[in-house]
Design a protein around this ligand. Structure first.
Ligand SMILES: [Zn+2]
Length: 143
């Protein structure tokens, strides 16, 4: 491997996705992915990958809705069974909590979607992978 050429490419899809969830560049992990809350940078200032091909569209919102719904459902059931809250009490607890969760999940979801598009080479991204068998070749030769 040429030093400095591809040292920080993610080894797996999950590593790239985790970088995106943390709002870091999925390719290098060294620079921020977003210039505003949901607005990605045009290109990574560290590794130079062009983010303009990304097409996350509404998918991050769907992810945020699904996750929020699945986390809220047990809470709604617990609140309705274990506490004597009226509709106003339930509304006062659940609506702000759902809003905070939804808004808090949007950027990580979008980062993960962009990371997935980059990893799989969708929408004009080019697939980049670490050289195969780089750390494991010596071990596989011994078998
Ligand atoms: Zn980068």
């Amino acid at each position: 491997m040429v030093p400095g050429l591809t040292p920080s490419l993610p080894a797996t899809f999950w590593q790239a996705a985790l970088r995106g969830i943390r709002s870091r560049c999925p390719r290098c992990g060294e620079a921020p992915l977003f210039r505003k809350w949901l607005k990605p940078l045009d290109a990574c200032p560290h590794c130079g990958v062009d983010w303009s091909p990304q097409r996350a569209d509404d998918f991050p919102a769907y992810i945020a809705i699904i996750v929020t719904g699945h986390l809220m459902a047990p809470l709604i059931i617990a609140l309705s069974k274990d506490f004597d809250l009226g509709p106003a009490g339930m509304f006062a607890i659940l609506v702000p909590l759902a809003l905070v969760m939804m808004l808090g999940l949007l950027q990580p979801s979008k980062g993960a979607v962009i990371a997935a598009q980059w990893w799989y080479g969708l929408h004009g991204f080019s697939k980049e992978r670490l050289p195969e068998n780089e750390g494991t070749k010596a071990g596989s030769d011994q078998v």
